[in-house]
Design a protein. Sequence first.
Length: 184
Amino acid sequence: MRLIVGISGGSCAIYGIGLLKVLKELNIETHLVVTTMGEYVVEHECGFNLEELKKLATYYHDNKNLAAPIASGSFKTDGMVVVPCSMKTLSSIANGYSDNLLTRAADVCIKEGRRVILVPRETPLSAIHLENMLKLVRCGVKVMPASPGFYNQPQTINDLVAFMVGRILDQLDIEHSLYTRWGE
């Protein structure tokens, strides 16, 4: 399996790091692209610098490099996850404004009919945010707000992260045991 992981400037960078760690443990090939604000938020919220983040991915692509393999539909992937996904990034993807590698890679995945999962973290949501999300959902994109469940009675932040990462993996049909499912 080959996945693109994008990290943009929304809060909850811990979910992006958690996803990369699990995908690495599962030996899934990852292509990481990080926006400037994504890099800032990862450092601010999690104390990870870009070099540490790169070590969690199989490949790293500079967000300014629109000639990277993931910018082309002929480079086959199984999909893309943007976690966290800022409203700026979500808007760019919804409106086909591919001015950087992250938004171009998402555009490519959408046009090629590949899975795209966006994990926005914003509240409250404006009508503009909701309209952009609706536009994306109508194109087949999964929008998964960073809203962990509490039915499994999480005890730590890591439990909350495991729940969200597990739900992302569910959307990619990747088996895991990161959390207890409802009724199990």
